[in-house]
Design a protein. Sequence first.
Length: 143
Amino acid sequence: MRIVRRMDPVAGPQISVIVICPGKGYKYFDEIPENIGGGRTLVIRVNGYEDLSRIIMKSRSATIMIPEIGLISTPRSAAVDEILTVDGILEKYVDHLEPLCENTENPVKCREVVEWMKRAMKGEESFTLIIDDPTGRSTEISI
């Protein structure tokens, strides 16, 4: 096992954990934020197409909400830190939900949500994107 400290230009100080088992070929790598602080909630109002290109650094522990459609997405155990545009966040949900709609409790509602997200990805729907992060690491990135 090897533990390394490094500075990520976006996410800040990180502790990298590397485990390699030469006998079995098992490899594991993870990065843990060094300075986990208090919580932070980002509230991003999306009013048109130009807002879809806003860039977000979303930590692995963040919950994503879009109140207009009742979306609350809590992080799963395999979640990772990600840098995404607002459009990219919507695209991930469309890619995940669309093939599952027919097997949900309410396929009609699921398809309506997917279609709403597709319209939002074209800038045809205004909405509020809320990112609630207990570690305080999620942020909007200006380039």
